[in-house]
Design a protein around this ligand. Structure first.
Ligand code: PEP
Ligand code: MG
Length: 289
């Protein structure tokens, strides 16, 4: 079984009843990018960019960001890459960025909210992404979208910078669906985005009100609960035609692949070494049960 998976790793995957499915990879640096290509990923479903901000005493300059992202993008070759905007604020913080001290950081200025509070960070990152979009196939993914206005605000900045840079073709823009309110208003959000990506790690954290990293409440944190599948189904029903992908840990669990296909997920993003395995599971699954 494993050998078969490895042998077919670079072939596209389709279900028994012929629906083609993308199995992509989550990455955060050059090593994983190389591995993703090695293991036959069909794309980069999630490029986490926090690493470019770690281990320094000031935020990276536009030029530094461009250089570092280019290194990663060269390694991904011709794959389409979803570059996620910085997702700092809750568990992760940085000495040189001023975080407001909050009682409940996971419910505070996290992800895109933190970027709205630090517009120069947002603008520098978007400007760097628009620059690399001239030579690589990239899309922009927004973390912690809660209301449609979050997407609209980011888009305004994207278009402003694109005008300043003389960039005509703006990358596609997607929303992470990882907050229950976003799932339940997917229809409104869908008017402003080209694709949606479920972050089931956070969707579970916020649905069950249980810190995803806390052992004390781990019994409550259940990312494969009916509750989660119900949210996925609601989104699927509400946004027919919208490309839906899933990049949380749930995507990498073979026993749930068939059920996720039924929720309209046509793209799974998992860690590089798991790509061949999930492809093989897809090949043995039916889309319509
Ligand atoms: C998620 O929340 O499921 C996700 C993929 O993003 P992260 O784990 O980086 O928060
Ligand atoms: Mg998340």
């Amino acid at each position: 079984e494993m050998e078969l998976a490895r042998a077919n790793a670079h072939q596209k995957a389709a279900t028994i009843d012929g629906m083609s499915v993308h199995v992509e990879s989550n990455i955060s640096g050059v090593d994983e990018a190389r591995k993703a290509v090695h293991y036959g990923a069909d794309g980069i479903g999630l490029y986490r960019t926090e690493r470019h901000y770690l281990g320094r005493s000031t935020p990276p300059s536009r030029g530094q960001l461009i250089d570092e992202m280019r290194n990663v993008l060269f390694a991904t070759r011709k794959l389409t890459v979803n570059i996620r905007l910085l997702d700092f604020g809750a568990d992760k913080s940085l000495s040189y960025l001023s975080f407001l001290s909050e009682k409940n950081p996971a419910l505070g200025r996290r992800g895109v909210r933190f970027l709205f509070d630090n517009p120069e960070l947002l603008e520098t990152q978007l400007s760097a992404i628009l620059e690399v979009s001239k030579s690589f196939n990239v899309r922009i993914l927004i973390p912690m979208v809660t209301v449609p206005g979050d997407v609209q605000r980011v888009k305004e900045v994207v278009h402003k910078i694109a005008r300043e840079m003389g960039v005509d073709e703006v990358p596609k823009i997607g929303a992470m669906i990882e907050v229950p309110a976003a799932a339940l208003s997917a229809c409104e959000i869908s008017k402003h985005v080209d694709f949606m990506c479920f972050g089931t790690n956070d969707l579970a954290q916020y649905s069950f009100a249980a810190d995803r990293d806390s052992v004390a409440v781990e019994e409550y944190f259940d990312d494969s609960s009916d509750v989660i599948f119900r949210l996925l189904s609601i989104v699927h029903g509400d946004v027919r035609g919208m490309p839906l992908s899933l990049c949380g840990d749930l995507a990498a669990r073979p026993e749930f692949v068939a059920r996720l296909l039924q929720c309209g997920i046509k793209s799974f993003s998992v860690s590089p070494a798991l790509v061949p395995i999930i492809k093989q599971v897809v090949r043995g699954s039916k889309w319509i049960s």
